[in-house]
Design a protein around this ligand. Structure first.
Ligand code: SAM
Length: 233
């Protein structure tokens, strides 16, 4: 069985890299020693092999041995734009969406809101959930979790925009050709209002079905990302 190699997030891949305090604690807990092999990633798509070259109670230094291909990323960045959801549902969506390869998670205000807004503390928690899920799923990108904006403010310039809407005829996997970045848009529990649908259409987005069953608002975004992930890219 392949040996699990610990992954360390660094600010940038350079010949010598200082380890941040939070990462240092991980190295100490794992009782790593000078000479041990590690993997490094910068959270923005760069990753490589490294060696622990110095370790003290207060600091650690890594030496970069070589860069590696970011194998866990899609050919084009995928943004998940999702309406605000109640309770802890967003945490579950952020965790699973990160595992399923989202590069950015944009929270949205839509006409039928499940909750009117989200506080700064919750946003910070969601970002931490994304960071932890990225490490666990061996991503080299840690998704940004962006504060909510109105649906009409979504910037889709140069992107393929696809929104999930029951009764649509098109299928997501048929729309995504990986020639441009992709934004997947998923609605609130009450669905997209007619004015939301007009905004999406005017922005050039296409509606897609997720099958004949009505999915909960926290399930639909994962079905969208799952369709991309299951295509094997
Ligand atoms: N009655 C609402 C409607 O007709 O839109 C149902 C909303 S559904 C609970 C919440 C969100 O999940 C929808 O806005 C849509 O984005 C997505 N969704 C759920 N089931 C879907 C399906 N079968 N096909 C496409 N999108 C779906």
């Amino acid at each position: 069985m392949a040996r699990h190699v610990h992954r360390v997030r660094v600010s940038a891949l350079t010949p010598k890299m200082d380890v941040e305090p939070a990462e240092l604690r991980h190295l100490q807990v794992l009782r790593l020693r000078v000479g041990d092999a590690l993997e490094v990633f910068d959270g923005e798509g760069e990753e490589g092999r490294a060696e622990l070259s110095a370790l003290s109670p207060a600091s650690a230094t890594l030496t970069l041995l070589g860069r590696t291909e970011a194998a866990a990323e899609y050919p084009q960045p995928v943004t998940l734009a999702i309406a605000l959801l109640k309770g802890d549902k967003l945490s579950d969506v952020v965790r699973a969406a990160t595992e399923l390869g989202a590069a950015r998670i944009q929270l949205l205000h839509t006409r039928y809101a499940d909750v009117p807004d989200i506080g700064e503390n919750k946003l910070t928690r969601l970002r931490r959930v994304g960071e932890e899920a990225a490490r666990q799923s061996q991503r080299s990108v840690v998704p940004e979790v962006l504060a909510p904006i109105k649906l009409g403010m979504l910037d889709l310039d140069g992107q393929l925009g696809v929104y999930a809407h029951p009764g649509s005829r098109l299928k997501l996997a048929e729309l995504v050709k990986w020639t441009q970045p992709v934004t997947l848009i998923s609605g609130p529990e009450g669905g997209f209002a007619p004015e939301d649908l007009s905004v999406l259409e005017r922005a050039g987005c296409q509606g897609a079905t997720l099958g004949p069953r009505i999915l909960r608002a926290e399930t639909a975004p994962l079905a969208m990302l799952g369709a991309l992930a299951a295509s094997g890219v």
